[in-house]
Design a protein around this ligand. Structure first.
Ligand code: BTN
Length: 249
Protein backbone atom coordinates (compact mmCIF):
# COMPACT_ATOMS: atom_id res chain seq x y z
CA UNK A 1 0.00 0.00 0.00
CA UNK A 2 1.43 3.38 -1.04
CA UNK A 3 -1.42 5.73 -0.17
CA UNK A 4 -2.52 6.54 3.37
CA UNK A 5 0.22 5.08 5.56
CA UNK A 6 0.49 8.57 6.92
CA UNK A 7 -2.71 10.63 7.34
CA UNK A 8 -2.56 14.18 8.68
CA UNK A 9 -5.83 15.58 10.04
CA UNK A 10 -6.18 19.35 10.34
CA UNK A 11 -8.99 21.31 11.92
CA UNK A 12 -8.49 24.35 9.70
CA UNK A 13 -5.98 25.36 7.06
CA UNK A 14 -5.71 27.59 4.00
CA UNK A 15 -5.79 24.74 1.51
CA UNK A 16 -4.68 21.13 1.87
CA UNK A 17 -2.77 21.74 -1.40
CA UNK A 18 -0.51 24.25 0.39
CA UNK A 19 0.05 21.91 3.33
CA UNK A 20 0.91 19.00 1.05
CA UNK A 21 3.40 21.13 -0.91
CA UNK A 22 5.11 22.08 2.34
CA UNK A 23 5.29 18.38 3.26
CA UNK A 24 6.88 17.72 -0.14
CA UNK A 25 9.64 20.21 0.59
CA UNK A 26 10.03 18.63 4.04
CA UNK A 27 10.53 15.28 2.21
CA UNK A 28 7.46 13.54 3.58
CA UNK A 29 6.84 10.09 2.11
CA UNK A 30 4.89 9.49 -1.04
CA UNK A 31 1.26 8.66 -0.33
CA UNK A 32 0.93 11.02 2.64
CA UNK A 33 -2.68 12.22 2.90
CA UNK A 34 -3.70 15.61 4.27
CA UNK A 35 -7.31 16.16 5.25
CA UNK A 36 -8.86 19.33 6.65
CA UNK A 37 -12.14 19.87 8.41
CA UNK A 38 -12.19 23.37 6.91
CA UNK A 39 -10.19 25.20 4.26
CA UNK A 40 -10.41 28.97 4.49
CA UNK A 41 -8.85 29.35 1.01
CA UNK A 42 -9.85 26.14 -0.76
CA UNK A 43 -9.25 26.46 -4.47
CA UNK A 44 -10.43 24.81 -7.65
CA UNK A 45 -9.01 24.65 -11.16
CA UNK A 46 -7.94 27.96 -12.71
CA UNK A 47 -7.75 29.43 -9.20
CA UNK A 48 -11.49 29.45 -8.69
CA UNK A 49 -12.76 29.42 -5.13
CA UNK A 50 -13.82 25.97 -3.90
CA UNK A 51 -16.94 26.53 -1.82
CA UNK A 52 -17.17 24.04 1.01
CA UNK A 53 -18.29 24.86 4.56
CA UNK A 54 -16.64 23.43 7.67
CA UNK A 55 -17.29 19.93 8.90
CA UNK A 56 -19.55 18.42 6.25
CA UNK A 57 -17.49 17.56 3.16
CA UNK A 58 -14.16 15.94 2.31
CA UNK A 59 -11.10 18.06 1.46
CA UNK A 60 -8.11 15.85 0.79
CA UNK A 61 -4.70 16.23 -0.81
CA UNK A 62 -2.30 13.37 -1.53
CA UNK A 63 1.43 13.70 -2.02
CA UNK A 64 2.80 11.67 -4.94
CA UNK A 65 5.93 11.25 -7.00
CA UNK A 66 5.01 9.92 -10.43
CA UNK A 67 7.24 9.85 -13.50
CA UNK A 68 6.46 12.10 -16.47
CA UNK A 69 4.76 9.18 -18.24
CA UNK A 70 2.64 8.34 -15.18
CA UNK A 71 1.55 11.92 -14.54
CA UNK A 72 -1.11 11.96 -17.25
CA UNK A 73 -3.06 9.28 -15.40
CA UNK A 74 -3.27 11.01 -12.00
CA UNK A 75 -6.55 12.78 -12.69
CA UNK A 76 -7.95 9.52 -14.08
CA UNK A 77 -6.95 7.63 -10.91
CA UNK A 78 -8.59 10.29 -8.76
CA UNK A 79 -11.87 10.45 -10.69
CA UNK A 80 -12.11 6.66 -10.88
CA UNK A 81 -11.45 6.38 -7.14
CA UNK A 82 -14.21 8.90 -6.43
CA UNK A 83 -16.65 7.06 -8.72
CA UNK A 84 -15.89 3.70 -7.06
CA UNK A 85 -16.23 5.27 -3.60
CA UNK A 86 -19.62 6.78 -4.38
CA UNK A 87 -20.81 3.49 -5.86
CA UNK A 88 -19.57 1.45 -2.89
CA UNK A 89 -21.11 3.74 -0.26
CA UNK A 90 -24.39 4.72 -1.91
CA UNK A 91 -24.76 2.32 -4.86
CA UNK A 92 -25.31 5.39 -7.05
CA UNK A 93 -23.58 5.51 -10.47
CA UNK A 94 -21.67 8.65 -11.41
CA UNK A 95 -20.18 10.05 -14.60
CA UNK A 96 -17.27 12.30 -15.55
CA UNK A 97 -17.68 15.66 -17.18
CA UNK A 98 -14.40 15.96 -19.05
CA UNK A 99 -11.77 16.20 -17.74
CA UNK A 100 -12.41 15.45 -14.07
CA UNK A 101 -15.64 16.71 -12.59
CA UNK A 102 -17.53 13.80 -11.09
CA UNK A 103 -21.26 14.23 -11.59
CA UNK A 104 -24.29 12.48 -10.17
CA UNK A 105 -27.56 12.99 -12.03
CA UNK A 106 -25.89 15.78 -14.04
CA UNK A 107 -24.69 17.73 -10.99
CA UNK A 108 -21.14 18.13 -9.71
CA UNK A 109 -20.34 16.17 -6.58
CA UNK A 110 -16.54 16.19 -6.73
CA UNK A 111 -13.68 18.14 -8.27
CA UNK A 112 -10.02 17.26 -8.71
CA UNK A 113 -7.08 19.64 -8.67
CA UNK A 114 -3.53 18.55 -9.52
CA UNK A 115 -0.50 20.72 -8.87
CA UNK A 116 3.04 19.54 -9.62
CA UNK A 117 6.54 20.89 -9.33
CA UNK A 118 8.66 19.95 -12.32
CA UNK A 119 12.36 20.25 -12.95
CA UNK A 120 13.90 19.80 -16.40
CA UNK A 121 14.59 16.12 -15.86
CA UNK A 122 11.95 14.90 -13.42
CA UNK A 123 8.88 15.62 -11.32
CA UNK A 124 9.77 16.79 -7.84
CA UNK A 125 6.24 16.02 -6.65
CA UNK A 126 2.58 16.03 -7.62
CA UNK A 127 -0.25 16.84 -5.27
CA UNK A 128 -3.67 15.43 -6.09
CA UNK A 129 -6.47 17.36 -4.38
CA UNK A 130 -9.95 15.91 -4.12
CA UNK A 131 -13.02 17.77 -2.95
CA UNK A 132 -16.07 15.55 -2.43
CA UNK A 133 -19.42 16.88 -1.26
CA UNK A 134 -20.75 14.60 1.45
CA UNK A 135 -23.38 16.19 3.68
CA UNK A 136 -23.63 19.55 1.92
CA UNK A 137 -27.07 21.01 1.34
CA UNK A 138 -26.53 22.82 -1.99
CA UNK A 139 -29.68 24.89 -1.47
CA UNK A 140 -27.91 26.79 1.32
CA UNK A 141 -25.31 28.07 -1.18
CA UNK A 142 -26.89 30.05 -4.02
CA UNK A 143 -23.54 30.31 -5.87
CA UNK A 144 -23.51 26.55 -6.46
CA UNK A 145 -27.07 25.41 -5.83
CA UNK A 146 -27.91 25.04 -9.53
CA UNK A 147 -25.06 22.73 -10.44
CA UNK A 148 -23.79 21.06 -7.23
CA UNK A 149 -24.95 18.02 -5.32
CA UNK A 150 -23.72 15.86 -2.45
CA UNK A 151 -24.03 12.27 -1.25
CA UNK A 152 -26.62 13.34 1.31
CA UNK A 153 -28.53 15.36 -1.25
CA UNK A 154 -28.77 12.30 -3.49
CA UNK A 155 -29.49 9.65 -0.85
CA UNK A 156 -31.30 11.72 1.81
CA UNK A 157 -29.06 9.96 4.33
CA UNK A 158 -26.35 11.38 6.59
CA UNK A 159 -23.02 9.92 5.44
CA UNK A 160 -20.02 9.28 7.72
CA UNK A 161 -17.03 11.21 6.34
CA UNK A 162 -14.46 8.92 7.86
CA UNK A 163 -15.92 5.89 6.05
CA UNK A 164 -15.81 7.85 2.79
CA UNK A 165 -12.19 8.90 3.40
CA UNK A 166 -10.96 5.38 4.03
CA UNK A 167 -12.87 3.97 1.07
CA UNK A 168 -11.46 6.72 -1.16
CA UNK A 169 -7.90 6.04 0.00
CA UNK A 170 -8.31 2.33 -0.69
CA UNK A 171 -9.57 2.88 -4.24
CA UNK A 172 -7.02 5.60 -4.99
CA UNK A 173 -4.27 3.26 -3.81
CA UNK A 174 -5.60 0.59 -6.18
CA UNK A 175 -5.52 2.92 -9.21
CA UNK A 176 -2.19 4.48 -8.25
CA UNK A 177 -0.63 1.02 -8.13
CA UNK A 178 -1.84 0.43 -11.68
CA UNK A 179 -0.19 3.70 -12.73
CA UNK A 180 3.04 2.75 -10.96
CA UNK A 181 3.13 -0.43 -13.06
CA UNK A 182 3.07 1.88 -16.12
CA UNK A 183 -0.36 0.63 -17.14
CA UNK A 184 -3.01 2.84 -18.69
CA UNK A 185 -6.28 4.00 -17.10
CA UNK A 186 -7.55 5.82 -20.19
CA UNK A 187 -10.01 3.18 -21.42
CA UNK A 188 -11.69 2.76 -18.02
CA UNK A 189 -11.77 6.51 -17.40
CA UNK A 190 -13.10 7.17 -20.92
CA UNK A 191 -16.01 4.80 -20.36
CA UNK A 192 -17.37 7.15 -17.66
CA UNK A 193 -17.15 10.36 -19.72
CA UNK A 194 -20.57 11.87 -20.37
CA UNK A 195 -19.14 14.63 -22.58
CA UNK A 196 -18.33 12.54 -25.66
CA UNK A 197 -20.86 12.83 -28.48
CA UNK A 198 -22.22 16.13 -27.26
CA UNK A 199 -21.89 19.64 -28.66
CA UNK A 200 -19.82 21.82 -26.37
CA UNK A 201 -18.55 25.37 -26.23
CA UNK A 202 -15.06 25.95 -24.88
CA UNK A 203 -12.84 28.92 -24.14
CA UNK A 204 -9.09 29.06 -23.68
CA UNK A 205 -8.31 30.02 -20.12
CA UNK A 206 -5.33 32.18 -21.09
CA UNK A 207 -7.68 34.19 -23.34
CA UNK A 208 -10.91 34.22 -21.29
CA UNK A 209 -12.43 37.33 -22.87
CA UNK A 210 -11.75 36.21 -26.40
CA UNK A 211 -13.73 34.11 -28.82
CA UNK A 212 -15.20 30.81 -27.79
CA UNK A 213 -15.07 27.68 -29.95
CA UNK A 214 -17.93 25.25 -30.43
CA UNK A 215 -17.76 21.71 -31.69
CA UNK A 216 -18.65 18.10 -31.11
CA UNK A 217 -16.72 16.38 -28.31
CA UNK A 218 -15.53 13.55 -30.53
CA UNK A 219 -13.07 11.40 -28.57
CA UNK A 220 -10.22 11.40 -26.07
CA UNK A 221 -6.56 10.50 -26.56
CA UNK A 222 -4.32 8.32 -24.41
CA UNK A 223 -3.20 11.34 -22.35
CA UNK A 224 -6.80 12.38 -21.67
CA UNK A 225 -6.83 15.31 -24.10
CA UNK A 226 -10.09 15.92 -25.95
CA UNK A 227 -10.63 15.91 -29.72
CA UNK A 228 -13.21 18.45 -30.77
CA UNK A 229 -14.80 18.11 -34.21
CA UNK A 230 -15.31 21.57 -35.65
CA UNK A 231 -17.89 22.71 -38.23
CA UNK A 232 -15.42 22.23 -41.10
CA UNK A 233 -14.91 18.61 -39.92
CA UNK A 234 -11.34 19.26 -38.73
CA UNK A 235 -10.27 17.96 -35.31
CA UNK A 236 -8.96 20.31 -32.63
CA UNK A 237 -7.14 18.66 -29.72
CA UNK A 238 -7.39 20.48 -26.39
CA UNK A 239 -5.87 19.64 -23.03
CA UNK A 240 -7.47 19.91 -19.61
CA UNK A 241 -5.01 22.55 -18.47
CA UNK A 242 -5.81 25.06 -21.21
CA UNK A 243 -9.57 25.19 -21.64
CA UNK A 244 -12.83 25.33 -19.76
CA UNK A 245 -16.15 24.05 -21.03
CA UNK A 246 -18.70 26.85 -20.98
CA UNK A 247 -21.70 24.96 -22.27
CA UNK A 248 -22.77 21.41 -23.01
CA UNK A 249 -25.83 20.72 -25.16
C1 BTN B 1 -12.26 21.87 -9.28
O1 BTN B 1 -13.27 21.23 -9.57
O2 BTN B 1 -12.05 22.98 -9.79
C2 BTN B 1 -11.25 21.27 -8.35
C3 BTN B 1 -11.65 21.39 -6.90
C4 BTN B 1 -10.63 20.80 -5.97
C5 BTN B 1 -10.96 21.03 -4.51
C6 BTN B 1 -10.03 20.28 -3.59
S1 BTN B 1 -10.56 20.28 -1.91
C7 BTN B 1 -9.04 19.61 -1.42
C8 BTN B 1 -7.98 20.34 -2.21
N1 BTN B 1 -7.64 21.60 -1.58
C9 BTN B 1 -7.97 22.64 -2.33
O3 BTN B 1 -7.79 23.84 -2.02
N2 BTN B 1 -8.53 22.24 -3.46
C10 BTN B 1 -8.60 20.79 -3.54
Amino acid sequence: MIIGNNIIYLKETTSTMDVCKQLASDKFEEGTVVIANYQNSGRGRFNRVWISPAGINLHVSILLSPTFDQMKYLNMAATLAVIDTIKKITNIPSQIKWPNDVQVNGKKISGILIESELSTTNINYSVVGIGLNINLNPQEFPEISNFATSLKNETKLFINRSTVLHTLIKFFDHYYNIIKQNKSLTKKWGDYLNTIGRNIEISFTDKPGEQTISGLAHSVNEDGSLNLKLDDNSLLTVSAGEITINKIE
